[in-house]
Design a protein around this ligand. Structure first.
Ligand code: ADP
Ligand code: ZN
Length: 217
């Protein structure tokens, strides 16, 4: 099964993706995580990406598309995957279609996570993430048992450099301009399954699982 997860920054794409990855045995491909690990390792890709990410802008398609194409060619993707944070532009979606059709593959469903902007702004600034496994926590709503230590893997739990009020505003503008049009793009293909994450992630995941079951996936 090949899935895409779409949603505004901080809507809970990563949290939802981790649950579905476990349940369906998928590879989890988060472009944000790939960029962050390159930034941490100081690679040329990381250095280039950082200048955009810090401003809440998109990393150019010319960098992002090739990076994802390489990742999808790795062996763990053969069992199916969930794309989290890609595509984020119509050009990326078209490039993905092309990559897949070359391999005679297709996307089975596109999960659209809905959250109101005011809830996003509140959640993102108190979000903390594990540097090692990517798990998300929240100092207000879902604190770690031990401050700064991941409950799941013992890694360090930190605030992302782009989870500040100013950068969140910029990321939301970028989302509405570039990424939200993808909902119509995939709706026209009949692929959208909605999950509402305004209340809690269990409710959101349940409606996605029901949607996948209805499609016979
Ligand atoms: P969020 O969805 O919460 O903003 P991500 O971890 O998915 O977080 O992405 C963080 C940043 O990485 C984005 O703001 C953007 O700068 C960059 N990025 C991630 N995925 C892409 C992509 N597909 N195309 C361009 N830039 C991307
Ligand atoms: Zn962890």
């Amino acid at each position: 099964m090949r899935l895409i997860i779409l949603g505004a920054p901080g809507s809970g794409k990563g949290t939802t993706a981790v649950v579905l990855k476990e349940k369906y045995g998928l590879a989890h491909i988060s472009t944000g995580d790939i960029f962050r690990s390159n930034i941490k390792a100081g690679t040329p890709l990381g250095l280039e990406a950082k200048s955009y990410i810090d401003k809440g802008q998109l990393v150019p398609d010319s960098i992002t598309i090739g990076m994802v194409e390489g990742r999808l060619a790795e062996s763990d993707c053969a069992k199916g995957y969930i794309l989290d944070g890609f595509p984020r532009t119509i050009a990326q979606a078209e490039a993905l279609d092309e990559m897949l059709s070359k391999k005679n593959e297709k996307i089975d469903a596109v999960l659209s996570i809905i959250v109101d902007d005011d809830i996003i702004k509140d959640r993102v600034c108190s979000r903390r993430v594990c540097e090692k496994c990517g798990a998300s926590f929240n100092v207000k709503y879902k604190p770690t048992k031990v401050e700064g230590v991941c409950d799941l893997c013992g890694g360090s739990v930190v605030q992302r450099a782009d989870d500040t009020p100013e950068t969140v505003e910029a990321r939301l503008v970028t989302y509405y301009e570039n990424t939200k049009p993808l909902i119509d793009f995939y709706d026209a293909k009949g692929l959208i399954i909605e999950g509402n994450n305004n209340v809690d992630s269990d409710t959101c995941i349940k409606s996605i699982e029901d949607g996948l079951a209805k499609l016979g996936i």
